[in-house]
Structures are given as structure tokens and as C-alpha cells.
Design a protein around this ligand. Structure first.
Ligand code: AMP
Length: 213
């Protein structure tokens, strides 16, 4: 299984990718997670990423493509992978095609999680994340202030800098402008499956399993 998860921020790609990856025993490759980890590490690359991420902008294509190329060469990708949040521009999609051609690993599907702008704003502005175990909460889902943490103790729940209202608006604008064209791009290749990402997590998971397994 070699799939791409496409959709606006907050569409549920990460949640579904984690579930499917665990079920299939294949890695979830989240470029957002890789980028946040680099920022946390304080590396030179991380410092470069920080500004883009905090403004809700995309980091330059060449940098993300290099990160993904290195990740695809890890042995755990031999059995398949879920690309979550990559590609996000047409040049990234073209670079991915080349990377996968070179490795003789063609994509099996591209899943588009379709969610309205209103739902995205509602989900992201209320989203809180545990700094220790990365579990995701929503302020309307009590008790969001943190149950037992997978890393021990209680969850340490914060709002991601890029989930603040003004950054969410910018991320949505960037999505419409740079990422949404990938829907038509993959549709033209006959690879795209559209799922209603506005449904409950379990309903989306059922629909997803029907398509990919
Ligand atoms: P995410 O968690 O997927 O919403 O990603 C968080 C941030 O990481 C984005 O707002 C971008 O700044 C950056 N990022 C993640 N994936 C990509 C990508 N494929 N291309 C460019 N920037 C990305």
C-alpha cells in the first residue's frame, strides 16, 4: 500500500493515517511532523523552517522533497507508506513521481479528504496538542486538558502556534492556492478517491478501509 493523503489542514489526514499505518504495519510519513521535529531540535534546518511554519506558509519545495526522498529510502518504506501532508504543490507532486519511478514504487491511491472551510476553521481553532505524546484534543471534547499521557503522567496540552485563528486563515488560503490544484491533477491521472472528511472519525475510517484494503 503506497498512498497519498490529500486535503486541507484539519481534514483528519493525520488521525486516519495513524490508524491505517498501525493497522497495516507501514509508516505514516507526515512532513508536518518531520518539520516540527526539526524545529524542536533547534537544528539549522529547523531554524529555517520555523518562520514559514509560524506564518502558515509552505516551506520551499526543494527542502521538503529532500526530506521525503531521505525518508523513502528508510527500510520500513519497502512494505508501503502513507504520505500525510505531502505533496502539497504541483512541483512536489512531480518530484514525488520521479522519486517513486526511480525506486520502482508506484502509488496505489490518492485519497482526498473533502472538508468545508467552516469545518476546518472550527476544528483547527479548537485543536490542542499534547507536547509529550502528540495526542490531539478539541476544546469541545472534555476533558481536553489532558488525560493520562502515553509518555507518562498527564498530557501537557497546548495550542500549536499555527492553529491560532489568523494563521489558520493563511493556511487555508495557501491550501486553496497551492494544494487544491492537486485534486484535479490526480483526478486526471485516474488516481483520486474523494472521501467525505466531514463525517465522524469512525465513519471516515470505514469508508477509507473500503477503498484501500
Ligand atoms: P501540517 O502539520 O501538515 O499542517 O504542516 C505544518 C506546517 O509544516 C505547514 O504549515 C508548512 O509550513 C509545513 N509543511 C508540512 N508539509 C509541507 C509540505 N509538503 N510542503 C511545504 N511545507 C510543508
Amino acid at each position: 500500500m503506497r498512498v497519498v493523503f490529500l486535503g486541507p489542514p484539519g481534514a483528519g489526514k493525520g488521525t486516519q493515517a495513524k490508524r491505517l499505518a498501525a493497522h497495516e504495519g507501514i509508516p505514516q510519513i507526515s512532513t508536518g511532523d518531520i518539520i516540527r521535529e526539526a524545529i524542536r531540535s533547534g537544528s539549522e534546518l529547523g531554524k529555517e523552517f520555523k518562520g514559514y511554519s509560524e506564518r502558515g506558509e509552505l516551506v520551499p519545495d526543494e527542502l521538503v522533497v529532500r526530506l521525503v526522498a531521505a525518508r523513502l529510502d528508510q527500510p520500513d518504506c519497502k512494505m508501503g507508506f502513507i504520505l500525510d501532508g505531502f505533496p502539497r504543490t504541483v512541483p512536489q507532486a512531480k518530484a514525488l513521481e520521479q522519486l517513486l519511478d526511480e525506486r520502482r514504487m508506484p502509488l496505489s491511491a490518492v485519497i482526498f479528504f473533502d472538508v468545508s472551510d467552516d469545518e476546518v476553521v472550527h476544528r483547527l481553532s479548537g485543536r490542542r496538542t499534547c507536547t509529550k505524546c502528540a495526542r490531539i484534543f478539541h476544546v469541545e471534547m472534555e476533558p481536553y486538558k489532558g488525560g493520562p499521557c502515553a509518555q507518562g503522567g498527564q498530557c501537557d496540552v497546548v495550542q500549536r502556534a499555527d492553529d491560532k485563528a489568523e494563521v489558520v486563515a493563511e493556511r487555508l488560503r495557501v491550501y486553496r492556492e497551492q494544494t487544491a490544484p492537486l485534486v484535479a491533477y490526480y483526478q486526471a491521472q485516474g488516481k483520486l478517491t474523494r472521501l467525505d472528511g466531514g463525517k465522524s472519525q469512525n465513519d471516515v475510517e470505514t469508508a477509507l478501509n473500503r477503498v484501500v484494503t
